[in-house]
Write a protein that binds this ligand. Structure first.
Ligand SMILES: Cc1ncc(C[n+]2csc(CCOP(=O)(O)OP(=O)(O)O)c2C)c(N)n1
Ligand SMILES: [Mg+2]
Length: 399
C-alpha cells in the first residue's frame, strides 16, 4: 500500500500530466494522425504532418480584410525579392554575405503582422527579413545593411547582415551568439510587466538554437513570471548541416513547452494564416497577463545555410526542389487568394511591379552609398568614448 507521501507524489504527477495535456494542444489525436501521415509519405511529410492535420482557417474568421491579405502578400514577396537580389549581388562579388529568409516568410510575416508597431518589441534572428520589412525596415535600409554602408540604421555598417536592430522600430541590436536574442526578449517582457505596459516582446530562433542554454532560460523565466513574450521557433530541420534528429530526441520543439508550463503550439509555417491565427491568440494571452506562448512553425529552408555553405554536401537537392514546388509559402498564399477571389492577375502584377521598382531603387542607392569612415571605427561601439578607447582607435589605425 502506498504511503501518504507516495500517494501525494503520484497525485501531483498525475495532475502534472493533466495540466500538460490541457495546455499542449498537439497531444493525442493530432499526433496519431500525423504519425499515420508521416509513415505513408516519408521524412519530409513527417516534418509537416502535424501542422497539416489542422483544419484550414478562413481569413474573415481572423478579422482580416482583403486589404490585409494584400499587405501580407506584399511583405512576403518584398522579403523574398530582396533576398533573391542579395544572392545575385553576392555572386557578382558585390556583397560579402547572405543569410536567407527564403521559405520562412509565411512564419515571419504571419507573426509580425499580429503586432502593434511602435508599442511591441521584436528580437528576431538572422533569417527574419520577413519580420523586419513587416515592422517597417525599408528596402533601402536592408540593402545599406548588406553593403555595410555608413547610412544603414542597423549599425552604420558595423554588423554582419542579418544582425537586425532598429531603435525606432523597437528592435534592439542582436548579437551573433544564438539565443541571446531570446533572453533579451524575456528582459523586455519583464520591463513591460514591471512598468504596467501592455506591450508584447516577440523573439525567434531556429530549432537548432533551442539547444542553447539561453533559450531554456528565456522560456523558463518568461513562463515562471507570466511575461508577455512570444517565442517563435522556425523549424527548418537543419542547423547548418546538422539535421534535427541529430540535434534533439524529439520531433516537435513545441513539446518542450510542457516543461515550462506554457502553451506549445505547432503551426504550418507555409500557411501564413495558420501562423497568424496562433500569433493573435498568443498576443491576446500576452496582453491579458497570461504569460508566454511557444509557437513552432514547421518551415523549409530553400537555400543553403548561408552564401558560404554548400548544402549539396549534406542535403539531397531534390528535397529543396520538392519543397520549393509544393510548399512555398508565397505561392501557396497567392493561390489561396486567387481561389478566394481576393487577388486578380492585375493586382498581383501591380504588387510585383511596385516591389521590383523598390528593390531596384534600393540596390542602386546602396551601391553608391558611402562606406563608414575608418576614423569612425569605434563610434557607436562604446556608449561613451573614454580616453582609452579614443587612443586605441587611433593606434589601430596606425596613427
Ligand atoms: C552560440 C552559438 N553557437 C554556434 C553558432 C554558429 N551558428 C550560427 S547559425 C547556426 C545554426 C543554427 O541553426 P538553427 O537554430 O536551426 O537556425 P537556422 O539557421 O536553421 O534557421 C550555428 C551553429 C552561433 N552563432 N552561436
Ligand atoms: Mg534550423
Amino acid at each position: 500500500m502506498a504511503s501518504t507521501k507516495e500517494k501525494e507524489a503520484a497525485d501531483s504527477a498525475a495532475q502534472g500530466v493533466q495540466v500538460s495535456a490541457e495546455i499542449h494542444p498537439i497531444a493525442g489525436e493530432e499526433a496519431a494522425r500525423a504519425d499515420a501521415a508521416s509513415s505513408e509519405n516519408g521524412y519530409d511529410a513527417e516534418h509537416h504532418a502535424i501542422a497539416n492535420t489542422k483544419p484550414k482557417v478562413h481569413y474573415t474568421d481572423l478579422g482580416l480584410t482583403p486589404d490585409d491579405l494584400h499587405k501580407m502578400y506584399y511583405f512576403m514577396l518584398l522579403a523574398r525579392s530582396l533576398d533573391e537580389r542579395m544572392w545575385l549581388l553576392n555572386r557578382q562579388g558585390k556583397i560579402a554575405f547572405v543569410i536567407s529568409c527564403q521559405g520562412q516568410e509565411g512564419a515571419q510575416v504571419g507573426l509580425a503582422y499580429a503586432l502593434q508597431p511602435g508599442k511591441d518589441f521584436a528580437c528576431p534572428y538572422y533569417r527574419d527579413l520577413g519580420i523586419m520589412v513587416t515592422l517597417g525596415q525599408t528596402p533601402r535600409d536592408v540593402m545599406l545593411s548588406v553593403f555595410g554602408r555608413a547610412e544603414n540604421t542597423d549599425s552604420g555598417g558595423r554588423q554582419m547582415p542579418g544582425h537586425f536592430g532598429i531603435r525606432k522600430l523597437n528592435v534592439p541590436t542582436g548579437s551573433s551568439p544564438i539565443a541571446t536574442q531570446n533572453v533579451h526578449a524575456a528582459g523586455i517582457a519583464l520591463a513591460f510587466k514591471l512598468r504596467g505596459i501592455d506591450g508584447v516582446a516577440i523573439t525567434s530562433i531556429g530549432e537548432g538554437g533551442t539547444s542553447q542554454g539561453d533559450w531554456h532560460e528565456a522560456m523558463n523565466f518568461a513562463a515562471t513570471m507570466d511575461l508577455p513574450m512570444i517565442m517563435m521557433v522556425e523549424n527548418n530541420r537543419y542547423a547548418i548541416s546538422e539535421p534535427q534528429e541529430k540535434q534533439m530526441k524529439i520531433r516537435n520543439v513545441a513539446d518542450r513547452a510542457v516543461a515550462y508550463g506554457c502553451p506549445g503550439v505547432i503551426v504550418d509555417g507555409n500557411d501564413i494564416l495558420d501562423v497568424y491565427r496562433a500569433s493573435i491568440e498568443a498576443v491576446r494571452r500576452a496582453r491579458a497577463g497570461e504569460g508566454p506562448t511557444l509557437i513552432e512553425a514547421k518551415v523549409n529552408r530553400f537555400t543553403p545555410h548561408s552564401s558560404d555553405d554548400d548544402d549539396k554536401r549534406y542535403r539531397d537537392p531534390n528535397e529543396v526542389k520538392m519543397a520549393r514546388a509544393q510548399q512555398d509559402p508565397v505561392t501557396l498564399f497567392r493561390d489561396l487568394m486567387m481561389s478566394e477571389g481576393v487577388l486578380t492577375e492585375e493586382k498581383e502584377q501591380e504588387i510585383r511591379d511596385g516591389i521590383k521598382r523598390q528593390v531596384d531603387d534600393a540596390t542602386e542607392y546602396a551601391l553608391t552609398a558611402a562606406d563608414p569612415k575608418p576614423e569612425d571605427l569605434y563610434t557607436y561601439v562604446y556608449a561613451d568614448h573614454t580616453e582609452a578607447t579614443v587612443e586605441s582607435q587611433y593606434e589601430s589605425l596606425g596613427e
